[in-house]
Design a binder for this molecule. Structure first.
Ligand SMILES: Cc1cc2nc3c(=O)[nH]c(=O)nc-3n(C[C@H](O)[C@H](O)[C@H](O)COP(=O)(O)OP(=O)(O)OC[C@H]3O[C@@H](n4cnc5c(N)ncnc54)[C@H](O)[C@@H]3O)c2cc1C
Length: 374
């Protein structure tokens, strides 16, 4: 019998969430290639919980994750995981049609159109002359990503999960009805494998003999800057996104965090920001507001990994035995992590989707790799 029931490859937010769900009933091994969990995309997000964001299945997963993030189990985290933020989707002149399209896309009931004047009350730095129309989502929240990630890891370890860092998986083979897993920290054995390797998930799939998903890591840049003119008031501003998602900004620990919302395809790597992306974002924000970006305090980039339809691939592979996907969570991986963890765990247990996910109309084929074949 293999030493572990399940080996999860990758200890980012997805792997950690799956580990927490399986640990009470399985012997779980969580393998992380880096020296610490969270080094890659999980540690580089904008930390927004936004039910109006992404394709319809993503919005359902986000909604299905809200209860956990609002009321995590006792002891999961010291403080609240969500804090009110709100979000404005701003359409400049000539882009009214994009706002109408967003309104028609069955967004959560809390999304409503407000006047440009109301938008200026929420964020006085916006330029009235630039704005044509505005949607408001008051329900979007800031997430404490580190607390969520550490909460998953702590709960998983408390239930017996073995977390091994510095263990980069290099080979997978079936032997005696189990998986043999070669890593830079030695060889392990497990009955099931979960590929939660972020930008590297397809590489893990290929090692296991599964067909690659066509996962494309896409670089997204972010940076923070000071804005002394608004320092006293900006903490309560909502996130501001232009309706075509060519920039966003929001308060972040006394600074403003901004992104050009870039999606530049990249090989899996330790992503780094490019000065041109930061400069273009600064110019767009300055054109839409009274904000002036004289100096960037810190900049970074991370890889948001998508398959063709931007819906994650979750659950058992149809070809590789006892091999499970937890991949392609794209730009939604933190806010959907509670639901994604439950779904992948159900797949390992050979169960149907959790009841609330079924009630939302989603089925296993919606997450299966087969849908991508055509
Ligand atoms: C700028 C930016 C803003 C974002 N904003 C938001 C947001 O507001 N809200 C939101 O929900 N999401 C957001 N995201 C997306 C979110 O960060 C990701 O969806 C999420 O972090 C993906 O988690 P993951 O666990 O799949 O990947 P990762 O965090 O990358 O974890 C994968 C892990 O697998 C490990 N690994 C890879 N290969 C191997 C191997 N061979 N052996 C062992 N380990 C391996 C890696 O080292 C890594 O630690 C944002 C992302 C970026 C870059």
């Amino acid at each position: 019998m293999a030493a572990f029931d399940v080996a999860i490859v990758g200890a980012g937010i997805v792997g950690a969430s799956v580990a927490m769900r399986l640990a009470p009933t399985h012997r779980v091994l969580l393998l992380e290639g880096e020296d610490r969990p969270g080094y890659h995309t999980t540690g580089r997000s904008a930390a927004l919980f936004e039910e109006a964001y992404g394709p319809a299945p993503i919005r359902k997963l986000t909604r299905a994750s809200r209860a956990f993030l609002e009321s995590p189990p006792p002891g999961f985290a010291a403080d609240a995981l969500l804090q009110p933020r709100g979000c404005l989707f701003v359409a400049p002149h000539g882009r009214s049609a994009a706002l109408d399209a967003a309104l028609a896309a069955a967004l959560p009931g809390s999304v409503r159109e407000i006047s440009p004047e109301q938008a200026l009350e929420r964020c006085p730095a916006l330029d009235r002359a630039w704005i044509a129309r505005v949607l408001e989502e008051p329900g979007s929240m800031d997430m404490d990503v580190a607390a969520i990630h550490q909460g998953y890891l702590r709960a998983a370890k408390a239930a017996g999960t073995a977390l091994v860092c510095g263990a980069r998986v290099s080979a997978l083979a079936r032997a005696g009805g189990a998986w043999q897993i070669d890593t830079s920290a030695g060889r392990f054995e497990a009955a099931h494998i979960v590929a939660a390797a972020g930008a590297w998930a397809d590489e893990i799939g290929v090692l296991a003999g599964a067909s690659p998903l066509g996962l494309v890591p896409k670089r997204r840049t972010a940076f923070v800057f000071e804005q002394p003119a608004y320092a006293a008031t900006m903490a309560n501003w909502p996130m501001v996104v232009d309706i075509d998602e060519t920039f966003y900004f929001k308060p972040e620990a006394g600074l403003l965090l901004a992104s050009p919302a870039d999606e530049t395809p990249s090989p899996p790597c330790d992503a780094q920001p490019e000065d041109i992306d930061v400069a273009e974002c600064a110019a767009r924000i300055e054109a839409a507001s009274a904000l002036r970006i004289a100096r960037v305090k810190r900049k970074w980039a991370g890889l948001r990994s998508f398959v063709a339809d931007k819906v994650p691939v979750l659950g058992p592979d149809s070809r590789a035995e006892n091999f499970h996907w937890a991949a392609g969570v794209g730009g939604y991986g933190i806010m959907t992590s509670p639901a994604v963890g439950r779904i992948v765990a159900a797949g390992v247990c050979g169960q149907d989707l959790p009841d609330d996910i079924l009630a939302s109309g989603l089925r296993w084929p919606d997450f299966g790799a087969r849908r991508l074949a055509g």
